[in-house]
Design a protein around this ligand. Sequence first.
Ligand code: GUN
Ligand code: ZN
Length: 439
Amino acid sequence: MKGFRASFLDVIADPFYREESECIRYFADALLVVADGKVLEIGNYTDLRPKYADIPITNYSDRLIVSGFIDTHIHFPQTEMIAAYGEQLLEWLSTYTFPTERKFSDRNYAQKISSIFLDELLKNGTTTALVFAAVFPQSVDAFFEEAQSRNLRMIAGKVMMDRNAPDFLTDTAESSYIETKQLIEKWHKCDRLLYAVTPRFAITSTSEQLSNAGKLLAEFPDVYLHTHLSENVKEVEAVAELFPDSKGYLDVYDQAGLVTELSIFAHGVQLTEAEFSRLSEAKAAIAFCPTSNLFLGSGLFKLEKAKSTETPVKVGMGTDVGAGTSFSMLRTASAAYQVAQLRSQKLSAFQALFLATLGGAMALCLEDKLGNFEVGKEADFVVLNLRSTSIMELRNQSFDVSNPLTLAQISDQLFATLIMGDDRAIAATYIMGEIAYSQ
Ligand code: GUN
Ligand code: ZN
């Protein structure tokens, strides 16, 4: 058993649908008690300390501790090709992405990049991610081994693609089924790891392959489905040509049985009203990836449609590295705010924090385990420094546990941190109550 003393902030309900004051918990001076890697109790320091008089305490008296960030869409093999110049989605894939992903047939190379990738996530305060590997099963083995050795809760899967990609990168409907099944049996629920059946997107799969993906979901009802959906206008047009019998892009996945409560679709920038409604009905989730959508010129995600009361759709935030331009969920939140502004919408600091924590957990159906400091949840958390640069020191006043801020002040300082912050604001990252990164 161990304790952490600091200011704490977490999100316990969805601030898109309820008063923020009902959704946010702010403890100016709290004690978090962790036992066996999970939250045993959190409360005011002076109230709790006598009850836990003998446990060792780590003090972060001038820091703000929040729940670990959850990145709901990212590609580990694209780490080295971040910021590739000049192309939109389909040309970007053929020019940069496919040649890079080819390298991941080499197991040792995949291991090396997995290690760099996971270190980078932790450095940015991201403790859980939903991850595309490459088409090669050994790239999944390498990734999961590295994640397992760090005791991380990670979800990943082998890319399935059997057409419209170079030969060196394609599988077949049958081989992808067999290999995915073996990987699920090997890795799903192994320690904290979970598996996602991962067809790349409709363009690179035949309907046979998508049906096989659906067959896997039926055989393993608690594995995820992770793919891309309606990101780019030309992509949507190509899907209509490739699948003339479908009613639209989402319907291609629906016909294969791929639209479920455990399905996470990256992007959704070009979705129709009917598709939002279908996603809502199916309780499927969207990974909103603003830095990627801006970088590839894909468009502006209609967050207010997903968060409507008529057709509510679960939303998490994704960095989508390497189309996304940063591993930082703070930078991603900043881009999300700017995308909202371009649509004359607002995204508050607490809404953004929700998307990066509890909202991501809900998108992944992991809110019983992750997303805030409720009792029994896994103690993955981030120690934030709200004054990590000289300008942020000027912008954000100092505070400590004996000189607390009001909720309005915390909201304001958190907002500035989301807009200007990056890995420099991450003082430390903890996994199951153990330190995993420190500046
Ligand atoms: N659509 C299909 N593959 C990809 C990919 O690797 N990145 C993005 N952003 N979109 C995709
Ligand atoms: Zn992606």
